[in-house]
Design a protein around this ligand. Structure first.
Ligand code: PHE
Length: 449
């Protein structure tokens, strides 16, 4: 055990900003718009919001409460709540998940960093040129590895500085900046002539586009975007004071995350439609379609630059929460000094992130049924580890720690908004069973192509 007293967020706002910073990331600005585009727009949005309320909210409250109750990293939290049982393995899975997600998350964040400079130099015109630019970038070696390195150095540096002096200080500046930049880009998008079609795509539901796959996509996105199912929120909750409100904070974190995802959609779809591009472009929407859009739009160089700055900021405040899970485990359970943990683990994660980069060039043969190596990492983390961890955590909270303990902890220090009994059936049955079913369908779908 480390001897230093556990740090605490300076204020409740510090916690909410840090947790919202964890939640708001590539998941909101890169993933959410393209999944919405592929899954048909507004109908997906409605299903996604239902998942956010009935899965996201109970899970968010549970994870914050587990952290605050035990003052531990995910492994320590499960050990404290169920001593001498194997339940701590769920926490161990979470630490491993943080490791895997951050290794490729940093690679994508590195693409975003490099696009800041590409945007400033002016994007080439036409979708084919944009496609070629993206292909050329990701199949390189020095560029992607270099930006991945820079991004990991930033992440590890912030974590080494500590919870208050590192994480809290950074999110207090970056989160408001992110909101301002996003509003600027939104304003540009909705004032383009012909933007209305994009808004209609996002807000006028067409339920004929809904398939079973739509539900799977919505649940997976809900976990990923809210940083749930791997202990990031348990870890951040462990630095929260008993005096602070849990249910209210959960609402604010979820509200901020949802607002930013919807705003990202409003920034992207009107521009895509106004300039006659396809909304269903998939993962390339942000790195291929958008640069082509910026190349044609008035003041596109400025707005392209702002967009990739904001994407990189969003990725950074999420990456620090991923590294914090891994670091908190080694600090709490293994007694490592924080700085050493941040540097050593950051370096290891950097190395683990190299194969996905090589997968676009020298290791191009090395793909699996899930796609190339980066797709494979993403699939294992996002479609297997995260939902599995989330389902087990809900089951644990509902049946082992118990609903009464969850609500007592959540309601301590709470003001008007308190957690009600309605979460019980969700934690006990709906989330464990529902998410496992979704996960099995998802794996089956990918394996059988
Ligand atoms: N929520 C982050 C995003 O939307 C990703 C993330 C997942 C961060 C899990 C921490 C833990 O990009």
């Amino acid at each position: 055990m480390a001897n230093e007293p556990r740090e605490q967020w300076g204020t409740r706002l510090g916690f909410v900003l840090a947790a919202a910073g964890s939640a708001v990331g590539l998941g909101n600005i890169w993933r959410f718009p393209y999944v919405t585009g592929v899954e048909g727009g507004a109908a997906f949005l409605i299903i996604y919001i239902v998942c956010i309320v009935f899965i996201g909210y109970p899970m968010m409250v549970t994870e914050i409460s587990m952290g605050r109750n035990t003052l531990r990293n995910p492994v320590g939290a499960f050990k404290a709540l169920a001593p001498n049982t194997p339940w701590w393995l769920i926490g161990g899975l979470g630490v491993l998940t943080g490791f895997v997600i951050l290794s490729y998350y940093s690679v994508i964040a590195g693409w975003s960093l490099s696009y800041i400079f590409k945007a400033a130099a002016g994007f080439p015109e036409g979708i084919d040129a944009a496609d070629a630019m993206f292909g050329e970038h990701i199949t390189g070696l020095g560029g992607p590895i270099g930006y991945h390195f820079v991004f990991m150095v930033l992440t590890a540096g912030i974590i080494a500085a500590g919870v208050v002096k590192g994480i809290q200080r950074v999110v207090k500046i970056l989160m408001p900046l992110l909101a301002i930049l996003l509003l600027l880009v939104v304003f540009r998008a909705v004032t383009l002539p012909g933007a209305g079609e994009g808004l209609a795509f996002m807000f006028a539901p067409d339920f004929s586009a809904v398939t079973p796959q739509t539900f799977l996509a919505a649940i997976g996105q809900a976990f990923f975007t809210l940083s749930l199912g791997m202990g990031a929120i348990i870890t951040y909750g462990s630095y929260l004071s008993k005096k602070d409100e849990v249910p209210n904070s959960a609402v604010q974190i979820i509200g901020a995350d949802t607002a930013i995802a919807v705003l990202a959609g409003i920034a992207i779809f009107p521009a895509v439609f106004a300039l006659g591009f396809e909304p269903g472009a998939g993962p390339g929407l942000v790195f291929v379609t958008l640069p082509a859009v910026f190349a044609e739009m008035p003041a596109g160089t400025l707005f392209g630059f702002l967009f990739f700055v904001l994407l990189s900021i969003a990725a950074l405040t999420s990456a620090i929460s991923l590294l914090e899970v891994v670091v908190a485990y080694f600090v709490d359970e293994k007694g490592w000094p924080r700085k050493q943990a941040a540097l050593v683990l950051g370096a290891v994660i950097f190395v683990v992130g190299i194969p996905p980069i090589l997968g676009y060039s020298v290791w191009a043969e090395a793909g699996t049924f899930a796609g190339d190596l980066l797709d494979t990492y993403d699939f294992i983390a996002d479609s297997v580890m995260l939902p599995f961890g989330g389902a087990l955590t809900a089951f644990f909270a509902g049946h082992v720690w118990g609903i009464k303990n969850v609500s007592d902890e959540a309601n301590e220090g709470a003001g008007n908004l308190r957690i009600g009994n309605w979460i019980a059936p969700f934690l006990k049955y709906v989330i464990p069973a529902g998410v496992l079913i979704v996960m099995l369908f998802g794996i089956y779908g990918v394996v059988t192509g």
